[in-house]
Design a protein around this ligand. Structure first.
Ligand code: ADP
Length: 445
C-alpha cells in the first residue's frame, strides 16, 4: 500500500469517526433536552397537585437549571402592579451573600419584561444595558446571562434571569432550555394566582352562604314566634271571649256584677286582639319602607304632648310621669305621627313595666347635629340575657313580674324600625330590679 493509499484510508476512517461523533453528540443533546422536558413536566405536575408555595416552586424549577448548564445564579422577578420585585433565587451552591440587586427600569430585566423577548448577553461587560453596573459584585452580573420573560399568553408576569460567572456564548439548546424553564416558572406563577383566586372565591361563597344561613335562621325564628303568638296571644283572648259569651247566653245576666265583669273581660280580650292586629299591620307597613313625612317640630312641645297623653295611665298606677324641658328649646325635622308613636310606646312600656308608686322621666337633649330623647324608669328592669334580643319582633321577657303583663312583643320592634328610618339609633340600659333607660339618638338634619 502506498503512502497515498494509506492516507486516504486513514482520512476515510477519520471522517467516519467524526460522523459517529457528531451523531453521538446530537443524541447526547437530544437526551439532555428530553431530560429537561421531563424535569420541567415533573415540576409542573407537582405544582398542579397542590401545595401552593410559589417561592418554593420557583426555587425547585430554578434548581434544575443548574443540572443542565454551568449557570452560577438564577433569579425570578415578579410583577406587582407596574414594578418587578424579587421572587426567588438559587445559586450554584457556592455562597453568594450579596444582596439581590433590584432591577433598573431600563436594565436587562425590564427590557425582557417590556419587550416580551428573551434577552441574551454573552459578555455583560460590553453591553449597553449593563452600563453603570460594572462594579456590582453579584455573580449574576459578572459574566453572561439569559433573561427570559415569564409569559402567560400575551401577559408578562415576571422575568427569569440565568447568570454565568464568565462571559460565554450560548448554544441554541441552552437558550431553548432556559425558555422551557421560563415557561414552567410562568405556569407556576399562573397556578399560584389561580389557586389564590379560587381560595378567595371559596371564601366569598362561604361568607355568602353564612349570610344566607343567618338570614334564614332569622326568618325561621320570626316564623316560630309568629306561630307562638298566634297560638297563644291570639287564641287566649278568643277563648276568653267565647267562654264569657257562652256564660252570658246561658244565664242571660247582663245587669249584675258577674255580667259586668264578663263584658269587661270580653272587651279586654277584643282590645288585645285589636292591638295585636294593629301592631302587626303597622310593622308590616313600616317594613315595606314607607316614606316619612318630615316636618319641623319643637322638642319641648313634643315631650309635653306625650307626657300629657300618658298622665292618666301613670296616675292609675300612682306613677309620677315627668318631662324635663331642654333649655333653650330646639326644633328638628321628624315624621311627627311616627315619632309620637315611638315616644308613646316607650312611655307606656315604662309605665307598664314599673310597679305602683314608681316614676318615669322623659328628657330631651341636643348637640349641634343630634337630638337625644331619654325615657327612664325605676321599674322592673330587664335581665341582661334578654337585652340583646329585646328589639326583635315578638320578643318578650318571660320571667319575673314581666310575665304578669300583657303585650304583643311588637312595640319595640316598631320603635326601632321608625327610629332607624329617621337615620337614628335606639339603645337600652337596664338593671334588673332597678330600672331601665331607653335612649333614642336622632340626626337633627
Ligand atoms: P310588649 O308588647 O311585650 O310590651 P315590646 O316590644 O314593647 O313588647 O317590649 C318587649 C319586652 O321588653 C317587653 O315584653 C318587656 O318585657 C320589655 N320591656 C320593654 N320596655 C320595658 C321597660 N321600660 N322596663 C322593663 N322591661 C321593658
Amino acid at each position: 500500500m502506498t503512502i497515498d493509499q494509506m492516507t486516504t484510508q486513514l482520512q476515510t476512517a477519520l471522517a467516519r469517526l467524526q460522523e459517529d461523533y457528531d451523531t453521538l453528540q446530537a443524541e447526547h443533546e437530544k437526551a439532555l433536552m428530553a431530560l429537561a422536558t421531563l424535569q420541567a413536566l415533573k415540576y409542573s405536575s407537582l405544582r398542579l397537585t397542590g401545595a401552593m408555595d410559589l417561592k418554593q416552586m420557583l426555587e425547585d424549577i430554578l434548581a434544575v437549571i443548574f443540572e443542565l448548564m454551568p449557570a452560577t445564579d438564577a433569579q425570578v422577578f415578579l410583577y406587582v402592579g407596574e414594578e418587578l420585585f424579587f421572587g426567588a433565587r438559587v445559586t450554584d451552591g457556592r455562597s453568594y451573600e450579596q444582596p439581590i440587586t433590584p432591577p433598573r427600569k431600563h436594565g436587562i430585566t425590564y427590557t425582557a419584561a417590556v419587550t416580551g423577548e428573551t434577552v441574551i448577553v454573552e459578555d455583560l461587560r460590553h453591553h449597553p444595558l449593563f452600563e453603570g453596573r460594572e462594579n456590582a459584585t453579584s455573580p449574576l452580573l459578572a459574566g453572561a446571562l439569559i433573561g427570559v420573560p415569564l409569559k402567560i399568553g400575551p401577559h408578562v408576569a415576571g422575568v427569569m434571569i440565568v447568570g454565568f460567572e464568565e462571559p460565554r456564548s450560548f448554544t441554541q439548546q441552552e437558550i431553548d432550555i432556559a425558555e422551557l424553564f421560563g415557561m414552567q416558572a410562568a405556569i407556576a406563577i399562573e397556578n399560584a394566582r389561580l389557586y389564590k383566586q379560587s381560595q378567595q372565591n371559596a371564601a366569598e361563597v362561604e361568607a355568602k352562604r353564612q349570610q344566607d344561613r343567618l338570614y334564614y335562621e332569622e326568618l325561621n325564628r320570626t316564623k316560630d314566634m309568629l306561630m307562638d303568638m298566634l297560638s297563644h296571644d291570639l287564641r287566649n283572648p278568643i277563648n276568653v271571649i267565647k267562654g264569657f259569651v257562652y256564660i252570658l247566653r246561658q244565664h242571660g245576666r247582663l245587669d249584675d256584677e258577674l255580667g259586668r265583669d264578663a263584658l269587661d273581660t270580653i272587651q279586654r280580650g277584643a282590645d288585645q286582639m285589636a292591638e295585636l292586629l294593629k301592631d302587626l299591620l303597622d310593622l308590616a307597613k313600616l317594613e315595606t319602607g314607607l316614606a316619612l313625612t318630615l316636618e319641623t317640630v319643637s322638642l319641648n312641645h313634643l315631650l309635653e304632648k306625650i307626657s300629657d297623653e300618658n298622665q292618666a295611665a301613670a296616675r292609675q298606677k300612682n306613677i309620677i310621669l315627668s318631662s324635663g324641658r331642654s333649655t333653650p328649646d330646639v326644633e328638628f325635622a321628624v315624621d311627627l305621627r311616627r315619632m309620637r308613636q315611638v315616644l308613646a310606646n316607650l312611655v307606656s312600656n315604662a309605665i307598664k313595666y314599673t310597679q305602683d308608686g314608681g316614676h318615669v322621666d322623659m328628657e330631651g337633649m341636643y348637640t349641634d347635629d343630634r337630638i337625644k330623647i331619654v325615657v327612664r324608669d325605676n321599674g322592673f328592669g330587664i335581665p341582661e340575657s334578654d337585652l340583646p334580643r329585646l328589639f326583635e319582633k315578638f320578643y318578650r321577657v318571660k320571667s319575673g313580674a314581666h310575665a304578669e303583663v300583657d303585650g304583643t312583643g311588637l312595640g319595640l320592634a316598631i320603635v326601632k324600625e321608625i327610629v332607624e328610618q329617621h337615620g337614628g339609633l335606639i339603645q337600652v340600659e337596664s338593671t334588673l330590679g332597678v330600672g331601665s333607660t331607653f335612649t333614642i339618638d336622632l340626626p337633627r338634619r
